[in-house]
Write a protein that binds this ligand. Sequence first.
Ligand code: ACK
Length: 299
Amino acid sequence: GPSSSSIDMDMLKEREIDRNRLQFGQLLGEGAFGHVVKATLQQPDEDDVVVAVKKLKDDTETTTRTALLRETCIMLLCGHHDNIIGLKGICFRDGPLQLVLEYAEHGSLLQLLWTLRAESKHNMAILSNKRHIFETMMVEVCSGLEHLASNRLVHRDIAARNILICGKGTAKIADFGLARDTYAVGYHRQERGNDLLPLKWMAPESLKNEAKFTDKSDVWSFGVLLWEVAQLGRTPYPGMNGADRIYDALYNHFRLPMPRLCTEERYRLMLQCWKFNEKTRLDATTVRKRLEEDPNGFF
Ligand code: ACK
């Protein structure tokens, strides 16, 4: 499968973008290992297009660079899907590695949830008007997960912060691949510390063995994402820290409590994403169908 493939320089060269075609604008945000800048990409035979460019902070570490190149190949092999942020190309010659990504006008789902929480504080009616938008977004994320699973790819960091919303309101899975390998590279783990692993979104088998991520561990994280939506972007398990502590709680049948702003049926769906044994956990296709059958589960 694609995840076992190595760096295909020919494929990368086919998708190479000359960095002189980029005109940089505002900083969109900073992550632990790089930053994202808004830019305009000049195209030879088409109109200029707005893009988001991800630059590595420290490009000198060859293991990081290699990991990124390999993941770029995986992203390219994964192919286009409407619910996954597209990779337009990559700048790798004559300077730092830069990924040229599809631009998401409305930013992250997490930001959107925070805004909604503030707006609904004094007017709960806002929520019922937005219900269908969020139901649709969750179905879209599930479609993206199905596409990844059918390509035998694992995201490893499904969470509201990594879902981006495009101009038309479509939800797209972002940071695919990047997260995956930065966590796998020891250098980053040391620098970032364990706290920066997405522990509260991780399935028990991933908490126990950091190498164990599957399509089913992505479904676990998707369950936590459903919870984030129903909780308007609150952080899961407040006050609970450390992989061992969270693992022990899950092992002892503790789960995130039922949010006030969702139906019991929607909470049951979350619980089926959080089956301890991954074999009995739902797959993305089943989760998507359940969401489609129950379009009033939130708020
Ligand atoms: O929540 P945000 O506004 O959305 O802040 C983060 C920040 O960069 C660090 O990741 C934003 N970001 C990442 N990728 C993109 C993209 N393709 N289009 C628009 N914003 C992006 C993200």
